[in-house]
Design a protein around this ligand. Structure first.
Ligand SMILES: N[C@@H](CCC(=O)N[C@@H](CS)C(=O)NCC(=O)O)C(=O)O
Length: 243
């Protein structure tokens, strides 16, 4: 519970489909913080959103006692840092400075490279360009397989990037799990996180999907596919088939 402190989350109108909003929701759930969810519509943004994130006008925005924090990864960091917020006994970032830097590096990679490549494979109808995006995505997933191996100490396999519990990089990547599945299906590629190619990552994904408290927040893949085809395809002006 947030106690006397007020938390509001400016989120997306369609529940679960914004991986960025999902990140904030996952962190709030892990910390056991209650908050008011205010959905935003792309076509009709509220005055509160425009005032809270005047630069990008995007969600999520966390509003803590009237003060806005923008950008999903920064919201995760803020929730760890904010003194007096209930739940900050459960840190999301690692305690060790080097491990924090590594987690931040890979979270930025996932955000800026991996997900754009993955979604880029749906945004083009040019076969060569699409094959390039798919290869970039698979190469990114192979990098993360290596990161996961690094997180394991000796013989003991770490269940999560954060060690025994879900941490910063788990949330940064886990919010995209339904997207990897939906894109794999829509592009006719099969599962992008494939146990044959990246066994550790595939096992991690299975654990993450059923982990409390994030599992209730993850959208269904069918639902997400429908959102991509009915909302995003017209916006991108492409309709890619699996062929
Ligand atoms: N880098 C931002 C990305 C946020 C973002 O792209 N949000 C989308 C919803 S998924 C949005 O608000 N879109 C509204 C728009 O583009 O006008 C973050 O990590 O928070």
């Amino acid at each position: 519970m947030a106690g006397a402190q007020e938390l509001k989350l400016l989120g997306w109108w369609a529940p679960g489909v914004s991986p960025f909003v999902l990140r904030a929701q996952m962190a709030l759930a892990i910390k056991g913080l209650s908050y008011e969810y205010l959905p935003e519509d792309r076509g009709c943004k509220s005055d509160l959103l425009i005032a809270s994130n005047p630069v990008y006008k995007k969600v999520p925005v966390l509003i803590h006692d009237g003060r806005p924090v923008c950008e999903s990864l920064l919201i995760l960091e803020y929730l760890d840092d904010a003194v007096g917020l209930a739940g900050n006994g459960k840190p999301i970032l690692p305690a060790d400075p080097y491990s924090r830097a590594v987690a931040r590096f890979w979270a930025a990679y996932v955000n800026d490279k991996l997900f754009p490549s993955c979604i880029g494979s749906l945004k083009t109808t040019k076969q060569e360009e699409r094959a390039g995006k798919v290869e970039e995505t698979l190469s990114g997933l192979r990098h993360l397989e290596g990161v996961l191996a690094e997180c394991s100490k000796g013989e003991v396999e770490a269940p999560f990037f954060g060690g025994d519990s879900i941490g910063f990089l788990d949330i940064a990547l886990g919010c995209y799990l339904p997207w990897f599945e939906a894109v794999g299906r829509l592009a006719g590629l099969g599962p992008l996180i494939d146990p044959a190619r990246t066994p550790k990552l595939a096992a991690w994904a299975e654990r993450f999907r059923v982990a409390e408290p994030v599992k209730a927040l993850l959208p269904g893949v069918d639902e997400l596919e429908e959102y991509i085809t009915t909302v995003l395809y017209p916006k991108w002006n492409v309709a890619v088939t699996g062929n």
